[in-house]
Design a protein around this ligand. Structure first.
Ligand SMILES: NC(=O)c1ccc[n+]([C@@H]2O[C@H](COP(=O)([O-])OP(=O)(O)OC[C@H]3O[C@@H](n4cnc5c(N)ncnc54)[C@H](OP(=O)(O)O)[C@@H]3O)[C@@H](O)[C@H]2O)c1
Length: 332
């Protein structure tokens, strides 16, 4: 079984297809999927706006948690996580062995799926891009989303004060996670952040992109870091999907040039993109450790059968989800 995205449009463009179980080749592993995530990346793919997405039709699915069926270097039944970008929404998936990260057997696969791509993204941006320290103040855009809700929790664990933007209906969640909420849909976000943090913030995590980056840059305190990791604000734009990123790269290059001449008061900006490899495995291990000790609890909006992926994307595209929607495959 696999979920095929047949073309540009809405969630109705997803189709459930039958498929014979594949066999792994050399350097590959066959994994029986237990869970995968639904994310903003698939929302962008629906609209043909995800940079470098394959041509239609294709099978989406950015990450997966599952058990190894067969493959060199792995024991059958071993639980693994993999960052696939596409192709994970299948009940059985062949992946390159080098992207399969073994994880403990006793982890709830749905919880692991909620922190796979999202937890690593949040952890790496917080600890490697922005290097947030205790006592600092950070601004998290999209703080009620899959990545955002983990960023808030990880930043609080790191001892930071957190200001978060979200729709008003999601402010109780933000408060329960320890963030001070701002409604980005009405009012002036920059003015509200300045009222809460008159000296600026030490880090901004900005997935909105476009003009939001200029505002985020302007909110940084001396020495602060702007981490850009998405372009949610340009979802409805027309034109080539890479166009918004050209604007982003231009901005980052300009700020970097000014920084070299000592003109940014120590502020810097960076673009973050999650990728498989040793860094992913290291961050995932740390995030799962925090989950196992109970220090980090991903907010799972709901768990749906993988065959209901279209409903997951309906919830995401209509802004009805908070935290993460996890898709679970039927276990045969
Ligand atoms: N660079 C990377 O490696 C990487 C990795 C993972 C994710 N991402 C990016 O991270 C972002 C979040 O992904 P996700 O899967 O966590 O998404 P998600 O669960 O759908 O959450 C996205 C949140 O963003 C908010 N939002 C949507 N449009 C917005 C806009 N125009 N302005 C301000 N806020 C807006 C929504 O807030 P409300 O619901 O409160 O309205 C929503 O809660 C996406 O942009 C995604 O592309 C990047």
């Amino acid at each position: 079984m696999e979920i095929v995205l047949t073309g540009k449009g809405g969630p109705e463009m997803l189709r459930v297809d039958d498929r014979k179980a594949p066999r792994p080749g050399k350097g590959e592993v066959l994994v029986r999927t237990e869970a995968s995530g639904a994310s903003f990346a698939e929302v962008q793919m629906l609209r043909g706006r995800y940079p470098m997405q394959p041509g239609f039709p294709f099978v989406p699915g950015y990450d997966l948690v599952g058990r190894v069926v067969e493959g060199e270097g792995f024991r059958p039944g071993q639980r693994v996580v993999a960052l696939t970008r596409t192709g994970a929404w299948r009940d059985q998936v062949v992946i390159p062995a080098k992207i399969a990260v073994p994880i403990a057997d006793d982890v709830d696969p749905g919880v692991a799926a909620a922190v796979a791509m999202n937890g690593v993204t949040a952890w790496q941006m917080l600890h490697e891009t922005a290097r947030v320290r205790p006592g600092q103040t950070v601004l998290v855009h999209g703080a009620a989303g899959g990545v955002g809700s983990l960023l808030v929790q990880l930043a609080r664990l790191a001892g930071a004060r957190v200001i978060g933007t979200a729709s008003a209906a999601k402010h109780d969640l933000l408060r329960s996670l320890g963030a001070e909420p701002i409604d980005y849909r009405k009012g002036n976000v920059a003015a509200e952040v300045r009222a809460l943090a008159p000296n600026g913030v030490d880090a901004v995590f900005d997935h909105v992109g476009g003009k939001s980056l200029d505002e985020s840059w302007g909110l940084l305190a001396p020495g602060g870091v702007l981490a850009n990791y998405g372009s949610a604000g340009t979802l409805l734009d027309e034109g080539h999907p890479l166009r918004p990123y050209v604007g982003t790269v231009r901005r980052l290059a300009w700020w970097q040039l000014r920084r070299l001449f000592g003109l940014t008061r120590g502020r810097k900006a960076a673009m973050y993109y999650v990728k498989p490899g040793p860094g992913f495995a290291k961050a995932l291990t740390e995030v799962l450790r925090l989950v196992s000790t109970g220090e980090l609890t991903p907010h799972i909006d709901r768990r749906l059968p993988l065959t209901e992926a279209a409903q997951a994307l309906t919830l995401l595209t209509t802004g009805q989800a908070t935290g993460k929607i996890v898709l679970e495959a039927a276990v045969h």
